[in-house]
Design a protein around this ligand. Structure first.
Ligand code: STR
Length: 402
């Protein structure tokens, strides 16, 4: 391992430039994530290998830097790696037990039942947008941010009135600029909030996934309250944060690629193809923290030592030329999707079908209502939030031009 790790910019000032430099540094790059060094995987084939190798696990207690106390709860990214017991942190049989019910509830067939609710939510938000005067509107706060949170709240049985507070909490949770004592308080508040939801549903089950998680018998045993809370936290966090990015990045891609916009609006290009290409080219996730080696493992010709952390750098993987060809840096919807932005192996995103359902409803509805939608700023002025792991646009100012 080299003494000079590749420093990942926590302020995300040049995502494309950094992705290029990271890829050029190798298939496996010793990188620094806000003070914590770990391996970054930048190639598709290598990621597939790591994600199906059982010697890499999610249990943070297998991380040498954590065990030695070099990384502690003072690390700004602690909330991404030390999240309590849930399907996100378990492996093997334990992981299957924790994930089974969520997986069953989120199959494409089951999710069809959610379609009318998602359509209604999209319609309500678009009605509110249409009432706006002619000036620029931030599509993030008015549309892309509320929609996924309303959908996942409905699915999980979380009171939609909690939405404004949850947005504040998650914004503070993800921002690297949040002072650490505040971040730890936010994590506590989220815990308390979701524990409250689980206790309410335990007392009075309803027709939602949280109730199903509480009452499900997996292999003869129920999930503990902590485990249900862990799964609920993971589902709500993953179910909204990533979809906000997917919606915004797709709108940005289309408004900066007019031929493709025209093609999708005239029906010669499918929405599905556009969304899949955004998932590859401008994915919601930049870096997923993290797995730990339980043995010395050779990966892409490099020795990963027992106790090392391994991060999957999804944005770099989506631009891998070996997988996607020499035009990997261009936005070219329509070719068969070959990305792995939902992951691979046992932890592959259980919510992939839900995000595709949401994007497949929200985006056509938005452009049907506002076919002359346009950016209200130059593309270079669209900035990322200071969120190291996620591709999180700060805002997307548009003219509706109704
Ligand atoms: C946020 C905080 C929390 O309480 C629980 C989780 C576990 C699931 C994580 C989530 C986190 C952050 C966003 C993640 C999600 C799984 C998928 C999602 C990493 C740490 C993605 O961005 C793909």
């Amino acid at each position: 391992m080299t003494s000079d790790p590749f420093a990942i910019d926590p302020l995300v000032s040049d995502l494309d430039g950094e992705t290029r430099r990271l890829r050029e540094s190798g298939a496996l790059v010793w990188a620094e994530f806000l003070g914590a060094p770990a391996w970054s995987v930048t190639q598709h084939a290598v990621a597939c290998e790591v994600l199906t190798d059982r010697r890499f696990v999610k249990d943070i207690d297998r991380w040498a830097l954590w065990r030695s106390g070099e990384v502690t709860r003072d690390w700004p990214l602690v909330g991404m790696a030390d999240t309590g017991s849930s399907m996100f942190t378990a492996d093997g049989a334990e992981h299957r037990r924790l994930r089974a019910k969520v997986g069953q509830a989120l199959t494409p067939r089951r999710l069809e039942a959610m379609r009318p609710a998602v359509e209604r939510i999209a319609r309500c938000l678009l009605d509110e947008l249409a009432a706006h005067d002619g000036g620029p509107v931030d599509l993030r706060s008015t549309f892309a941010q509320p929609l996924p949170m309303l959908v996942i709240s409905q699915l999980m049985g979380v009171d939609p009135e909690l939405r404004p507070r949850m947005h504040e909490l998650y914004e503070a949770f993800f921002s690297v600029l949040t002072p650490q004592d505040e971040r730890l308080a936010v994590i506590e508040e989220l815990n308390a909030l979701f524990t409250g939801v689980v206790r309410e549903r335990t007392a009075e089950p309803a027709d939602d996934l949280t109730s199903a998680l509480i009452t499900a018998e997996q292999g003869g045993a129920r999930l503990s309250e902590q485990e249900v809370v862990g799964n609920l936290k993971a589902t709500v966090a993953a179910g909204h944060e990533t979809t906000v990015s997917l919606l915004l990045c797709t709108v940005r891609a289309l408004l900066t690629h007019r031929d493709e916009l025209w093609a999708v609006l005239s029906g010669t290009l499918s929405w599905e193809a556009v969304v899949e290409e955004v998932l590859r080219w401008d994915p919601p996730l930049s870096h997923l923290l993290m797995r730990f080696a339980t043995a010395n493992v050779e990966v892409a010709g490099t020795l990963v030592r027992e106790g090392d952390g391994v991060v999957i750098s999804y944005r770099a993987i989506g631009r891998d030329r070996e997988r996607h060809g020499s035009t990997a840096d261009e936005f070219r919807p329509g070719e068969a999707p070959k990305h792995m932005s939902f992951g691979h192996g046992p932890h592959i995103c259980p919510g992939a079908a839900l995000s595709r359902l949401e994007a497949g409803i929200a985006l056509p509805a938005l452009f049907a209502r506002f076919p002359n939608l346009d950016l209200a700023v130059a593309p270079a002025e669209i900035r990322n939030l200071p969120v190291l792991t996620q591709n999180d646009l700060a805002s997307l100012p548009v003219f509706l031009r109704q």
